[in-house]
Design a protein around this ligand. Sequence first.
Ligand code: HEC
Length: 140
Amino acid sequence: MTSRSWWLAAVAASVAACSGDDGGTAADAGPPDARIVNGCPALEEPQAAPGDAIDGDTYVTFAMGFFSQHCIRCHSSTLAGADRNGAPAGYNWDVEATMRMHLAEIRNAVGVANFMPFSGPQPTCAERQRLVRWIDADAP
Ligand code: HEC
């Protein structure tokens, strides 16, 4: 078991131990039946269909800013070695073409397993859902 999967299992167990205590505001950003993982719904179901309008969100008007705010302090082509804080080499979300090659992994990391960003500040559950919706709409 990798250290990360151990950590995710521990978090999942603690979340399960708490379920039923209250309504959990975190769940409000997702469908009522979604599992809560790391405090936000695991968005396994599509949040949009390819080509949906998604309130006009595009890479330039929304996703680029999301990555800038939450990801590129580690996942940047301008960072090397220890400055990447462990982010894998080549996983650079400031490079649009590279980011687009990893959309499935990004979707899982931000909106299903919810283990990115690796440290705070964290996006809200609603911001995570909005990024997943953009990906599911075919990342316009
Ligand atoms: C504080 C540094 C840091 C920030 C901020 C960060 N990451 Fe990461 N990222 C990492 C590290 C470290 C790994 C390697 C973790 C591992 O493999 O266990 C990683 C790995 C990943 C992976 C590959 C892991 C996999 O198995 O799928 C994806 C995808 C990813 N990050 C996406 C993101 C996205 C999207 C954001 C912004 C929302 C983000 N990360 C923010 C440090 C960071």
